[in-house]
Write a new protein. Structure first.
Length: 239
């Protein structure tokens, strides 16, 4: 009789543990559903971060050759196909999604080739992202300047968010610091880019090391690849 009670008691304890285990599993599943999956942001069945990842995977031309430019254009085709296959609202939500290092699709578009047609779409559907810094404090315009974007792209970004020209990253650097500090001979800042970025007093902003843009300008003048400004005074007009 005692052994029967012990067996029944054991079964009850086991049954209780199983119920607790099932309850914990249900709670974890519910919590996972509520919090969402970090690797996938779904809205109306659309993986918004897929668009972010496609922009991150594209790349700029490796050099100035026609073949390099062609390959870069091909790397952006999946992005264009995604845009053409989705509604404007889907594209907006995808443009607002932040992926690696809090970067948006606009950050990647400015970093990976500054493809004008893609940037035009992003500025149309989600213009506010031009103001969003990533975890390094870089706005999309910082990436555009660091990666040698053409003057037309810089102008569009600056006109959408004029204060971006004097916005500094976590190390105190403005977009003009990046434009003039770029040592890649294939990505040197043109006079037009410098003129756009210098129109709001950016030349008077020192970075964390006290480096003024005027010093970078002097370094550029010693380079054999430097293209002289038609009016160097624009750098110092607001100093």
């Amino acid at each position: 009789m005692a052994r029967g009670r012990n067996r029944e008691s054991g079964r009850n304890r086991e049954s209780g543990r199983n119920r607790e285990s099932r309850n914990r599993n249900r709670e974890r599943e519910q919590q996972s559903t509520e919090e969402g999956d970090d690797t996938q942001d779904l809205t109306n069945g659309v993986d918004l971060l897929e668009f972010n990842r496609l922009c991150a995977a594209a790349y700029p031309p490796r050099n100035k050759s026609d073949e390099a430019k062609y390959q870069s254009e091909l790397s952006w085709e999946p992005v264009r196909e995604w845009i053409n296959a989705h509604t404007e609202e889907d594209i907006r939500q995808a443009a607002l999604a932040q992926g690696e290092s809090a970067m948006t699709a606009l950050h990647f578009a400015c970093r990976n080739g500054s493809v004008t047609d893609v940037i035009d779409v992003l500025l149309t559907v989600a213009p506010e992202t031009v103001q969003w810094p990533d975890t390094f404090g870089w706005l999309p315009i910082h990436y555009a300047c660091a990666c040698g974007a053409v003057a037309d792209v810089i102008k569009k970004l600056a006109e959408t968010f004029p204060d971006s020209k004097t916005t500094v990253d976590r190390r105190g650097r403005t977009p003009l610091h990046f434009a003039l500090g770029n040592q890649n001979p294939d990505q040197l800042a043109t006079p037009a880019v410098v003129a756009i970025l210098s129109s709001s007093g950016a030349a008077s902003v020192a970075d964390e090391h006290g480096m003024l843009v005027s010093f970078l300008f002097c370094l550029k003048r010693t380079s054999s690849t430097f293209e002289p400004l038609s009016n160097p005074a624009i750098l110092f007009a607001d100093c």
